[in-house]
Design a protein around this ligand. Structure first.
Ligand code: LLP
Length: 459
């Protein structure tokens, strides 16, 4: 099986939601296009005041914008259209089944990394022939499940794994298809914990070993290895590491072709950065495409991408309510009802998430979201959660407008690796998720209740 081509992914303006159609003239080039904007002095998601949703569903609350999700997906598809790539949304970034279904409906494939993600993608109606299974530690059960489902390919990370997939496929009397994940040894210049394409990370097969591995496993009976995969890291804010990695891999494919291997696809991975701090922090995807399309156009193999954050990041926010103000030494703490169990990125990676009141005073309604915005009547605060750890914070030493008990705060750019990395730590119930579409919303995951917390512990 070969990774198939995505069917024409771009909807005409007439077929697109009206909000997208209105913006269609320029928005594909805009780096920060999303539908979380201040209108009439308060924060809206699309055509709904977020405070109205919070009043009905409660906080902490993840709110996603359908139009933003679709916009970002289409933006990538448009930017790389000349390559007619297969786009495999990386489910780990934000995997609610309703969101997967929405993207599957656009012709999007899926990058899955566990049996659970595969199950999710299938439940969402995803096309198995556009699914790829990544990860260094696939269990036999997961391999069987993926072969049974008829996924497009395994992204294979080691010799032992290759031999095991062949063995499992043989036991099922089936033939599996795979790509070798090659470690191109480039530095994506991102957080050490999310750097994956450098030597001495656990990912992929060293570039120098790749030819030997292809040679060694060219005649397996139950595993046909026909593709190459890379994923250099996440989030990546420079284009050069992609260029370097792609150049190394296209040269490798040339060498492999000379040795008689037929490479059918090259999966370039994901990692494209988004704007957490300011509107021009990340390159628009068009800039990535400008650099990468010429390197890949006209090649005799298909191209795939695995974006997660670029699609989900600015498509979701976390809404939280201020519980208390408190002084501690020289610090002013703002204690909110969302904690590190809801959004662990600041704790785990020291990540910046922009935070701003949902109802700012008229002189604090921001023209844009930026780390440089200086509020009127501002104060430097730590925004912290209710969890019993000092590492439980959403922002440290942050200059924010003055807020008080009862105020709603919005934590922006929380769509990717927000809910998907949330937990029940301190036995907190995981937040609800809501998907907004124009002037209506759907609760796409109800807030957990106390019975949920103990349900699996009963016999
Ligand atoms: N493909 C592979 C093989 C991956 O491992 C990942 C992410 C992606 C694609 C999607 O990367 P994206 O386009 O979303 O950047 N928890 C971290 C990010 C970890 C990313 C893990 N792999 C964070 O919150 O920043």
């Amino acid at each position: 099986m070969i990774i198939p081509s995505s069917p024409a992914p771009i909807k005409s303006a007439a077929g697109a939601p009206s909000r997208i159609a209105t913006d269609a003239c320029g928005c594909h080039n805009l780096p920060t296009m999303d539908y979380f904007q201040y209108k009439n002095g308060e924060l809206y998601c699309e055509d709904l005041p977020v405070a109205k949703i919070a009043a009905e569903v409660g906080t902490p609350l993840y709110i996603y914008s359908k139009a933003t999700f679709l916009h970002h997906y289409r933006q990538i598809a448009t930017a790389f259209a000349e390559l007619n790539p297969t786009i495999c949304y990386s489910i780990k970034s934000c995997g609610n089944i309703n969101i997967c279904r929405m993207l599957a409906g656009e012709g999007c494939g899926f990058d899955v990394t566990s049996g659970g993600e595969l199950y999710r993608a299938l439940q969402a109606g995803g096309d198995a022939s556009k699914m790829i299974f990544a990860g260094v530690g696939k269990s036999d059960e997961e391999i069987r499940m993926a072969i049974d489902a008829g996924i497009a390919a395994f992204n294979l990370e080691s010799e032992e794994e290759i031999e095991n997939v062949d063995r499992v496929a043989a036991s099922m009397n089936r033939q599996a298809v795979g790509a070798i994940r090659v470690n191109p040894d480039v530095d994506p210049k991102t957080h050490a914990k999310t750097t994956t394409g450098k030597k001495e990370t656990k990912f992929g097969v060293d570039l120098e070993r790749a030819e030997r591995v292809f040679d060694q496993y060219r005649n397996l009976k139950h595993l046909r290895i026909a593709g190459i995969h890379i994923h250099i890291g996440s989030p990546v804010y420079e284009i050069q590491p992609y260029i370097d990695a792609v150049n190394k891999i296209t040269a490798l494919i040339d060498r492999l072709t000379q040795r008689g291997h037929k490479i059918e696809w090259f999966d370039v991975g994901g990692g494209f950065g988004v704007n957490y701090q300011r509107p021009d922090q990340a390159h628009p995807i068009t800039e990535h495409a400008k650099a990468l399309v010429p390197l890949l156009k006209g090649k005799p193999y298909r191209i795939a991408f695995e974006p997660g954050r670029y699609i989900a990041g600015n498509s979701g926010v976390l809404l939280t309510q201020v519980l208390y103000r408190k002084k501690g030494g020289s610090k002013q703490f703002i204690i909110v009802d969302a904690g590190m169990n809801d959004l662990i990125r600041p704790t785990l990676y020291e990540s910046y998430h922009h935070i701003w009141p949902v109802h700012p005073t008229p002189d604090n309604v921001p023209a844009q979201r930026s780390v440089e915005t200086v509020p009127n009547n501002g104060e430097v605060v730590d925004v912290v959660g209710p969890i019993c750890e000092s590492g439980d914070y959403l922002a440290k030493d942050r200059l924010l407008p003055h807020t008080q008990r009862g105020d709603l705060l919005c934590v922006f750019t929380a769509g990717a690796y927000g809910f998907s990395m949330s937990s029940n730590y301190n036995n907190r119930r995981r937040a609800a998720e809501v998907l907004v579409d124009g002037n209506s919303y759907t609760v796409i995951r109800r807030r957990e209740n106390y019975e949920d917390l103990v349900a699996l512990e009963r016999v």
